[in-house]
Every structure is written in C-alpha cells, then in structure tokens.
Design a protein around this ligand. Sequence first.
Ligand code: ATP
Ligand code: MG
Length: 245
Amino acid sequence: MNIPKSHPRYLSLQIREKLVKGFENNLVAKEGLLAHGRGEAFDYIIGEKTSKFAKQAIKSAANMLNYAQNSVISVNGNFAALCSKEIIQLAKSTNSKIEVNLFYSSEKRKKAITKILKESGAREILGIDKKSSTKLVGIDSARRMVDKNGIFSADVVLVPLEDGDRTIALKKAKKKIITFDLNPLSRTAQTADITIIDNVTRAMKLLVIESKKKSKKHQTYNNKKNLKMAILEIRKNLERRAKSV
Ligand code: ATP
Ligand code: MG
C-alpha cells in the first residue's frame, strides 16, 4: 500500500503494514493483529510520541538490564515483526539472551521468528529446543512453557506486549519484569516492575541507545507513580481535545 507522507497517521499506518506483512510471513498471529489495534488506540490518545514518563521508564529499564545477572528478552510475533534489529542490538549491549516465547504456541511461527532474528544477526535463540523446555507454575498448560536456560533461570525478563496472566505467573516466579505496553490500565502494565508506556517501535530504539550509556546503578524509579503520570497525561490530552471540539 502506498501511503502519502502527508497522511496524519502516516507512521501508524506504516507500522500496520509491517504487521500485515508479518502476518503474511507467518510471524504474527491473527490475535496479534487485534492486540496491536488495542495498542494503537492508546497511542492515539497518548499523542503518538514518547512522553517524559516513558523516557524515565526507559532509563530505569536500561539500568536494570545492564545490572542483571541473567537477563532474557522474550520475543513474540509482533515484537519480531516490528523490532527485529533492535532486539539483537539490545541483546548485545545488555548481554541478554533471546527467547522465542509465544502466547499462542505454534511451531510454524516459532520457525518464522527464528528466521527473522537470525537474519538480523542473532546467534543463540532459546525457546526452540523442546528438550530444554519446562513449565511455569500458576498458569494453564498451553501458555506456561519456558526455556530452562532462558526465562526459567532469568532474574530480569523483558516481556513486550504481554498478556496479564503470563506476567503475573512470571512475577510469582520472582522475576523482575520490564514491559512495553501502551495501555497503562492493562494487568501487565500494572504488574510489571518497569512499564514503558510507549509504542514499542519508538521505545526500543531509545532503550538501545540508553543501554549503551552504561549509567551507574540507580534505584529511584517508582512504577506506580509512572503509571499514574501516564493516566493523568491521557486525561489531560482528552480534556484539551474536548475543549477544541
Ligand atoms: P492484559 O492481559 O495485560 O490485561 P490485555 O488483555 O488488555 O492486557 P493483551 O492483548 O493481553 O491485552 O496484551 C497486548 C498489550 O500490548 C495491550 O495492552 C496493547 O495495548 C499492547 N500493545 C499492542 N501493540 C503495541 C505496541 N506496538 N507498542 C506497545 N504496546 C502495544
Ligand atoms: Mg490479555
């Protein structure tokens, strides 16, 4: 599809096109397309830009990844379709492992995701070898599989665009959780230790840059406060729009 640059939703439509291509190439699940739509709606009212609160969360996330003992980047279809290059860059700069971990498990999709990650420069990809798969407790069977050498033994896990049940199960397993989620009201956003309320396509680029700075360890971040700021920012945006109707 040819989108004119002057279109007010130009970037948003380009991201959509990437997902549609991802769907056609077996990377993205049907449900992934719908989940993206939910994210888009929040992006619209956030103003389709990285806000101050997201920048703070990104700084803390870079710090947490840099000081982790054993950090893992969990990759699903949407994340691979939108950010494959940045996934590899972040894994390198923070010395994190990469695990393909799907909400709707499918061998075909796992293969397609592995392929795009390899093409983008990944060496080791976890979550593929059935021999090293194990179960998380507190979640139903199809969605609880993780890699023994990856998420299962990690102290810090980056889980973008994740489902709430799984995030809660990871918290129960005592993991520190970083997520990207445009919806500050979702269970994942509210359960994670660091919630980056921004479009993953914008925020991943910033996270890579931030992680390379190797800042000193700091612990002043408060996720509850950050979520509040996001919700209030949405309210402010809506009030401004209401005035201009
Ligand atoms: P939860 O299960 O955490 O309560 P949910 O059921 O509302 O959340 P899911 O479909 O489980 O939503 O999770 C997908 C999440 O990913 C949504 O909150 C959506 O806003 C978010 N999301 C989708 N696309 C993007 C994107 N490009 N960048 C950031 N977040 C996104
Ligand atoms: Mg959900």
